[in-house]
Design a protein around this ligand. Structure first.
Ligand code: NAD
Length: 356
């Protein structure tokens, strides 16, 4: 067995249908009594209704959370937080709202209770990405990780089917790369396999019927596990490539992940035999790259980078950028093979393992 280090997780997790009814108890446990409620404009009503039971503990609402945590919005939120004298933030929503919760908590030292309503997994990570003047910076610190998380399955029932599917595959991508991360460990590999299994079974069922509670429960459980993996170990080719593609061509985040993941797995396959065996087990298929390609199709994700707006001449540009900055990956980053990977993803072809 490869030697490893493992760091346990801080943070308190409450999971289940109607779990948000225990918000008062969770606040009590955190020793806080005056919450600033955070959401996107779109989820402001849901945030208010959901926290109605503890309305005396809510001293303000700031419903301006936006994608990629813009610093000027955080600054406005900080003014509101100080004016209302809050001793904690409650972030109800997806990765955007939880990002705002992290940004406020790390600036002011207040406690952070996250109530996720998507499968992105930010609530389980000590990572914060912020944007200023169009530039994104990312930092990592234990002070960024939310202190408590409430997973209430009922809050996810209204998440639209296609967003459920692509954000679920985004979560799977975190766990897949966690299986072969340079700093992986046996505990994270167990968690990653279970997260992938739960989501792969649940997502097509959610797309068939978004109000079916059983698969929603499995998906949220899987999202929790995959988020733990993202928070604990480093990522590799798949994430770097999605970052490059997203930055170069302004492509939608979750769709890009769903398209690239099968190809990234195929690229690395020969270099990661143990992780491939784990993936076979988790997905219940002998051909994990193809299984992930089929899963993306089953949940209605776009098949090709061309269909989400990447121009054909972008293949060569992205291949050039992908090999420019050195980063760790189980297989060396080879220009021609990366070019071939991106070309297949652009066209929507099935993934091809090099040793096939
Ligand atoms: P999101 O938070 O941007 O939400 C997308 C939209 O869906 C929003 O309008 C939101 O209000 C709405 N929505 C969310 N849940 C809903 C529900 N249950 N029903 C109806 N509408 C709902 O999307 P996301 O994919 O959760 O998060 C993406 C962001 O999170 C990106 O900025 C990404 O970089 C970040 N992220 C960060 C980390 C991290 O560890 N720091 C991890 C994953 C994602």
């Amino acid at each position: 067995m490869t030697p490893f280090t493992y760091e346990g997780f801080a943070g308190h997790v409450t999971f289940g249908r109607g779990a948000v009814a225990r918000l008062g108890e969770v606040m009590e446990r955190q020793g806080v009594h005056r919450a600033l409620l955070l959401s996107t404009p779109h989820q402001a009503d849901q945030a208010r209704e959901t926290t109605h039971g503890i309305r005396d503990g809510i001293v303000g609402i700031f419903a301006e959370a936006a994608m990629h945590t813009p610093v000027h919005i955080t600054a406005r939120g900080e003014v509101v937080l100080r004016e209302c004298g809050a001793d904690c933030v409650i972030a109800l929503g997806g990765g955007s709202t939880i990002g705002l919760g992290k940004a406020l908590a790390v600036r002011t030292g207040v406690r952070h209770i996250a109530i996720p309503t998507t499968y992105a997994g930010s609530e389980m990570t000590p990572i914060l990405g912020e944007t200023q003047n169009g530039r994104k910076t990312t930092r990592r610190s234990l002070a960024i990780q939310p202190n408590a998380v409430i997973y209430d399955v009922d809050l996810t029932l209204g998440l639209p089917a296609v967003i459920s599917g692509t954000s679920g595959i985004n979560a799977i991508a975190h766990a897949v790369e966690g299986l072969y991360a340079r700093d992986t460990n046996p505990v994270m590999q167990l968690i990653a396999q279970e997260g992938i299994r739960a989501l792969a079974v649940a997502l097509p069922r959610i797309v068939a019927d978004g109000a079916d509670v059983g698969p929603r429960e499995q998906a949220l459980y899987g999202a929790w596990l995959c988020g733990m993996v993202l928070g604990a170990v480093g990522m590799a080719l798949h994430h770097k490539l999605c970052h490059t593609l997203g930055g170069d061509f302004d492509l939608p985040h979750a769709d890009t992940h769903a398209i690239v993941l099968p190809h990234a797995v195929a690229y690395n396959a020969a270099a990661i035999p143990e992780a491939m065996a784990m993936l076979r087990k988790a997905l219940g298929r002998n051909d994990p790259a193809r299984a992930l390609y089929d899963l993306a199709n089953d949940v209605g994700a776009p098949r090709s980078l061309s269909s989400i707006g990447m121009p054909k001449e972008g293949i060569a540009i992205a291949a050039g950028h992908a090999v420019e900055n050195a980063y760790w990956n189980p297989r060396a980053i080879e220009h021609d093979a990366i070019h071939d990977l991106i070309a297949r993803a652009w066209a929507g072809d099935a993934p091809k393992e090099d040793h096939e």
